[in-house]
Design a protein around this ligand. Structure first.
Ligand SMILES: [Zn+2]
Length: 355
């Protein structure tokens, strides 16, 4: 499609439309200072019973009224104004073009530190709430950060399984999930790894039990469940598939009209996928990454940053890091044997704070 034609149809198509939050840098700093992590801010604000409802409505002027804690939850609810529209598929394409996953909603979501509320605000500033209640005319919505972080843990867990699918980090990925299994299972519609059935809203347990559900489990050390790599790998792939299917269930197929050529009046219709939540869209984008037509993101072996490799062999995010890493690798391989008895210098960088 030529640039001219593209401009003519530049309204954001329904298939990729979402709304950012209208959040300023001052808002982000306010949240950092007053809400911190998890329940840090609870003494400063109202706490209501868990039966209380939240209705979308006009934005409170003061931040003090825009924060409410709910009994038995792990984070506050915050009122967030709905901002401008954007095209998440365009952001995804841009992220791939620039080899930078953090420019796409699912990539930035992957990077956040679980429970650090400032990160949630920064994410929403860029890509909006995971679930806006978009009943017009509404200018602001209440966002449950407790739910936000539960979903985050679930997404990161599955993403880690995909990233580690063919290497020795798979065991660590499962341990990460095991430690957060209660949080992860708070996210509906079914427990982690369940199989979505053809009938809407019905699920069955996975044919292979999760690693810690195998019978010897329960009493023994968590690490024992993760000893058999072959089983772990099979189980991981199955769980990834089930989770992709489960969380993209709000997908609706829509037909989009495209003009054929510049001068022609003729059109073609093509099927595409639309989502009623950014949550669904994020899983769709992760699914796109796993679909085999592109290279999935991977972690730079030098700095730990995620990047989209230009080439299957790329191990680092930039050419500078690639050459630094190659030099270290060379040094490691040519080290004299007497040094082998020393603990090896860790080549794997410190992981992001989200692990
Ligand atoms: Zn790097």
């Amino acid at each position: 499609m030529s640039a001219k034609v593209h401009r003519k149809f530049s309204t954001i198509p329904r298939e990729s439309l979402w709304w950012r939050a209208k959040v300023t840098t001052d808002d982000v700093q306010w949240v950092r200072k007053h809400l911190g992590r998890s329940l840090d801010g609870i003494k400063e604000f109202r706490v209501v019973p868990s039966s209380s409802g939240f209705t979308a409505g006009p934005l409170f002027h003061s931040w003090n009224r825009r924060v409410v804690f709910v009994e038995n939850e792990t984070a506050p609810h915050v009122q967030v104004p709905i901002g401008e529209r954007y095209d998440y598929r365009r952001d995804y394409e841009n992220a791939k073009r620039k080899s930078d996953p953090y420019l796409s909603p699912h990539g930035l979501f992957r990077k956040l530190e679980n429970g650090y509320h400032m990160h949630a605000l920064q994410f929403m500033q860029q890509f909006g709430s995971l679930n806006w209640k978009l009943a017009a005319p509404v200018s602001a919505d209440w966002v449950s950060l407790s739910d936000f972080w539960d979903r985050h843990a679930r997404f990161v867990g599955v993403s880690m399984l995909w990233e580690a699918r063919s290497d020795d980090q798979l065991k660590q990925a499962w341990q990460w999930i095991y430690q957060r299994r209660d949080q992860i299972n708070r996210v509906g519609p079914a427990p982690f790894g369940y199989v979505p059935l053809w009938n809407e809203d019905s699920y069955s347990p996975p044919p292979q039990p999760l690693p810690w559900e195998r019978e010897e489990g329960v009493e023994s050390e968590a690490s024992d469940f993760f000893a058999d790599c072959r089983i772990l790998r099979e189980c991981s792939l199955e769980v990834i598939q089930n989770e992709l299917n489960m969380h993209t269930a709000d997908c609706r197929q829509i037909w989009m009209m495209t003009r054929i050529g510049n001068a022609s009046e003729d059109v073609a219709f093509r099927p595409t996928r639309g989502f009623s939540s950014l949550w669904g869209a994020i899983w769709d984008l992760l699914g796109q990454d796993t679909s085999g037509f592109t290279h999935s993101w991977r972690e730079c072996l030098e700095c730990g940053r995620l990047f989209y490799p230009k080439d299957r062999r790329s191990a680092c995010c930039t050419t500078e890091h690639q050459s630094l890493w190659s030099k270290r690798k060379w040094a490691r391989e040519h080290r004299r044997p007497k040094f082998l008895s020393k603990p090896p210098i860790s080549l794997r960088p410190k992981k992001g704070a989200d692990r």
